[in-house]
Design a protein around this ligand. Sequence first.
Ligand SMILES: Nc1ncnc2c1ncn2[C@@H]1O[C@H](COP(=O)(O)OP(=O)(O)O)[C@@H](O)[C@H]1O
Ligand SMILES: [Mg+2]
Length: 280
Amino acid sequence: MADDLLVATGVEVTYGGRASILGAGRPGNKVLHGTDIRIGRGETVGIVGESGSGKTTLGRALLRLIDVSAGRILFDGRDITRLPDRDMRPLRRRMQMIFQDPMASLNPRHSIRRILAEPLFLHGLASDRRQAEGLLREMLDRVSLPAVVLERNPHELSGGQRQRIGIARAALLRPDFVLADEIVSGLDVSTQAQVLNLLKGLSREMGLSMAFISHDLSVIRAVCDRVYVLRLGKIVEHGPCQQVFSAPRSAYTKVLLDAIPLPEIDPSWLTRSSVSEDAV
Ligand SMILES: Nc1ncnc2c1ncn2[C@@H]1O[C@H](COP(=O)(O)OP(=O)(O)O)[C@@H](O)[C@H]1O
Ligand SMILES: [Mg+2]
């Protein structure tokens, strides 16, 4: 469809396989078996499945962070399946990722100022310190963090604050597409709701397309327009959240739905929570 930003067809990923000039080589462990997924402009698509079902692998393949052994990936109409690094580089700014564990993705020895400013210079979005500082302060304000966090190191912030920094870092680069992989998994429920609300608001303002990975259907339901259910590297069901959650077609989706703790599936859960986190 013309309105799709990212389209993947027949994607296969095999870990540890090795081609050999002597013969068949080593088969490796195939974890994605011909996956099709499309993400429209401005759309948030959920990818849900149990641990080990291949969600992270699929996300990383979409961003071309790992190679696919078969299939095709189109980004903004362009085939990026085998695009060399040199040609991927200009696209990198447009495809950002927010990680599950911001402690692992934020350099612990760097100040938040440096963590946020470096990518701006790298991608040519700021030409001097003053301009960068202005952009940082504006973004911190948007993610509801005080400017004093700029002097802090990642470990001095709470989990929720670190995740806001992860979001700020991605949003500062004005991407078209954001992959969010289990970004609220380590947080308590009220902090989860705040982080999800923030991301939802930002994605709407910026017209972002998002792939939102979670093992938790209640999180998916709170933020996604459509959802793909992944099982053992295969999409077993997909459709608008409303439809998949109210009338799941696959037995597997039903099992996932049954596993949701009841209080969390309350649809007003996301909008209701307004408890703010501790000040810095
Ligand atoms: N770097 C890797 N090397 C080898 N196997 C991997 C690697 N990453 C993931 N796997 C395997 O691929 C399968 C899918 O993993 P993953 O994509 O992380 O699933 P999920 O994110 O749904 O938990 C698992 O069986 C996992 O053990
Ligand atoms: Mg994962």
